[in-house]
Design a protein around this ligand. Structure first.
Ligand SMILES: [Zn+2]
Ligand SMILES: [Zn+2]
Length: 244
């Protein structure tokens, strides 16, 4: 017990005593929760570009909202991701699960925070893990990011409001219809009064097709949420990556 406490304290002290390191490659950098020049050049920041609703790239003929969103408004009123999914952003997502969790969550939150909507009565809600996965890992990586976003922006976060009632297999390589079927009914709202009338901002680490988030949005809306948005760290933007 004492050794564990000492170990935690020592690591905590080391984190402050040691120079900050690049979140991408580990090189020493001048600023905490940042990237070195080489990694910086390789990162594709998505920011506020693309469709005002879904955030995907617009065609030249489209103005602010893409044709698909105009034809059928998605349940998630606004989707934003900090960076494109690639080797570097994937590396961060993996280390958030298995490595230096707090430092990585802070780095992600730093780049996600400017993308969070500033209007409405906002509540940050991490996309939940199923309890068996939560037990084996010990924590939900998206909840860590939500907590850091909450600290940065001064918005409340509630990691318990949504519950994943069914464990779902990885959705990679599945069609849109297959994905929708698998995630349908996988989530429940635990506390309706917590979300009623709120602008719920879902927080995720990696966004692929958005089927999971859509399923969350469906139950949140049904529970009375005024609006549902989504902010994630990385987003798959190349269609070829979805099928791998
Ligand atoms: Zn680097
Ligand atoms: Zn769109």
């Amino acid at each position: 017990m004492l050794t564990a406490t000492f170990g935690t304290a020592a690591r905590w002290l080391l984190d402050f005593a040691l120079p900050p390191r690049c979140s991408g490659c580990g090189t020493i950098v001048s600023q905490v929760h940042s990237f070195c020049a080489d990694c910086w050049k390789g990162i594709e920041f998505l920011g506020n570009s693309g469709c005002s609703t879904c955030g995907l790239p617009l065609y030249a003929t489209e103005q602010t909202t893409c044709g698909a969103c105009l034809a059928r408004a998605p349940r998630i009123a606004r989707t934003r991701a900090a960076v494109a999914y690639d080797q570097l952003s994937r590396g961060l997502a993996i280390r958030l699960k298995y490595g230096r969790k707090i430092a990585i969550a802070r780095t992600m939150a730093r780049y996600m925070a400017p993308l969070v909507n500033e209007e409405g009565d906002r509540l940050l809600v991490p996309v939940p893990l199923h309890r068996t996965r939560l037990w084996s890992r010990g924590f939900n990586q998206s909840a860590l990011v939500a907590r850091e976003l909450s600290r940065r922006l001064g918005i409340a976060t509630d990691p318990l409001v949504l519950r994943r009632v069914r464990r779902t297999p990885p959705l990679k390589g599945m069609s849109y219809v297959q994905r929708r079927k698998i995630v349908a009914g996988a989530f429940r709202v635990r506390n309706k009064t917590a979300v009623a009338g709120k602008t719920v901002i879902l927080v995720d680490d990696v966004l692929t097709t958005g089927s999971t988030a859509e399923s969350c949005a469906r139950v949140l809306k049904r529970a009375g949420a005024a609006r549902v948005e989504l902010v994630s760290w990385a987003r798959v933007v190349k269609p070829s990556q979805l099928m791998r």
